[in-house]
Write a protein that binds this ligand. Sequence first.
Ligand SMILES: CC(C)(COP(=O)(O)OP(=O)(O)OC[C@H]1O[C@@H](n2cnc3c(N)ncnc32)[C@H](O)[C@@H]1OP(=O)(O)O)[C@@H](O)C(=O)NCCC(=O)NCCS
Length: 235
Amino acid sequence: MDRQNWVVDGKRGKNDIQLRDKYIESGKIPFDLAISMGLKSIATDPWLMVLQHMPGLLGFKLRQIFYKKRLGKMGKGAIIDPDVEISHPRNVYLDEFSYLARRTQIYCPEGYVRIGKRCHIGGWILGHGGVDIGHCVASGGTILSVTDSHQGGYRMSGPMIPRQQRNLRYGKVVIEDDAFIGQQSIIMPGVHIGEGAVIAPFSLVLRNVPAWTVVYGNPAIKLGMRDKVKFPVPH
Ligand SMILES: CC(C)(COP(=O)(O)OP(=O)(O)OC[C@H]1O[C@@H](n2cnc3c(N)ncnc32)[C@H](O)[C@@H]1OP(=O)(O)O)[C@@H](O)C(=O)NCCC(=O)NCCS
């Protein structure tokens, strides 16, 4: 992967944090935030709703124009299908000629998701702990760089629980060039998927997978090896 010079901030916005914390405590949206965030969303969300679902060539073109301004990076020739949801596009970096498939969901209020060139990405990605995807990767799986942990007596029931009652386990996920993540697989936080590794559909990946290795099952174990790709990454 050669993306050293991509700027990655990935900080959670102050308003975002305040809004959630105050809402789960009182059930009310604080007035000042309702004004600042509400007015902004009145101006942007109706357009987003139309853009996000628009089929056909016009939809593809409009999403290219829109996301060029909104994503951390939208590379030349990258395309985004209808019905793709990206929660905090500033933290998402999509390199040249990559393709986000229909119904992909990227949730990334903090951290980042970087996707290399010529990838085909679907499924569900949580970017909080950082997700680094190389070039020519296909994924139809769930990629988790954060998850709730029960260890230490914490609650696991998610975002409506006050922050101090949760124990979030963060771990950067790295997926090297030419890896393949089969449909409905789950990649857990901190896992490193080596170059060209293949994760068979419906696998649960708890540990690192070496390069060019095919794994399957729950927990994922080695099925065999694959031949190395013999072509350079296309320009
Ligand atoms: C994982 C995969 C790449 C392995 O391919 P392969 O190396 O050519 O191996 P085979 O398909 O010959 O399978 C080898 C063995 O593993 C088993 N196997 C393959 N995938 C499996 C899986 N997900 N879970 C359990 N067993 C699996 C096969 O049944 C076979 O068992 P056998 O030797 O007892 O007959 C292939 O099975 C696969 O799933 N491809 C991806 C399909 C997919 O997700 N398509 C969607 C693209 S968007």
